[in-house]
Design a protein around this ligand. Structure first.
Ligand SMILES: Nc1nc2c(ncn2[C@@H]2O[C@H](COP(=O)(O)OP(=O)(O)OP(=O)(O)O)[C@@H](O)[C@H]2O)c(=O)[nH]1
Ligand SMILES: [Mg+2]
Length: 199
């Protein structure tokens, strides 16, 4: 198992010339604003101070790079689809994300976060479709599982997978549930990531 706790902040960037010069495998967290990307990174690494989180959407405003020294790099991306951010900022962020996704050669895994409580939204689906059609390795993480009752979890997971299947045409997308309130989900996701990196 990789040593997730050693993860530390490297730098932030919007443009390619500012990306860290590293050829370690990279894993990027992507999804709508407020879905829990930065929280998940902190939970996964047992470091509540690593990435900044907020109950207000639009917190992460740059591509933020975090390294587990010598092993791999996590990239916490700004959220997409937050209407209250100015059109200009939205355009800068989506261009920055798009460029990163297309240009970064050491990007090995995309972890797409989707709120388990709601059906995937238009931009969630557009992204999943893009990733599948461009042959990217994609892992779907349904977040905030603690906000549903136990007997609602499976129903929500099935509904969301069904919608993703309709859009992407892929029947068995790798996926897992997550909640920052449970160590069980942390263990599962750590194992999944380690598995991808050692394949
Ligand atoms: N109950 C619950 N709340 C969560 C969970 N994950 C994140 N949150 C809350 O969701 C809010 C948003 O979390 P962030 O981690 O900042 O979300 P983000 O996706 O990084 O948002 P942006 O940076 O705006 O793109 C915070 O109030 C978190 O405490 C979870 O698993 N369970
Ligand atoms: Mg964030």
């Amino acid at each position: 198992m990789k040593t997730f706790e050693k993860c530390r902040y490297i730098k932030s960037a919007l443009y390619e010339e500012d990306y860290p010069q590293s050829d370690l495998p990279e894993i990027a967290f992507i999804g709508r604003s407020n879905v829990g990307k930065s929280s998940l990174l902190n939970h996964l690494t047992l470091n509540s101070k690593l990435a900044r989180i907020s109950s207000r959407p639009g917190k992460t405003q740059t591509l933020n790079f975090f390294e587990v020294p010598g092993e791999f790099v996590f990239v916490d991306l700004p959220g997409f689809g937050y209407a209250k951010v100015s059109k200009k900022d939205q355009a800068v962020w989506s261009e920055a994300i798009e460029h990163y996704l297309n240009a970064r050669e050491n990007l090995q895994l995309l972890i797409q976060l989707i709120d388990l409580r709601h059906p995937p939204q238009k931009n969630d689906l557009e992204f999943a479709k893009w990733a599948v059609h461009n042959g990217k390795k994609l892992l779907i993480v349904f977040t905030k599982a603690d906000k549903l009752k136990k007997n609602e979890l499976e129903k929500a997971r099935k509904r969301n997978l069904e919608i993703l299947y309709e859009t992407t045409g892929v029947k068995e997308l790798p996926h897992t549930l997550y909640s920052i309130k449970s160590g069980l989900y942390r263990d599962l996701l750590r194992r999944e990531i380690t598995h991808v990196l050692t394949k």
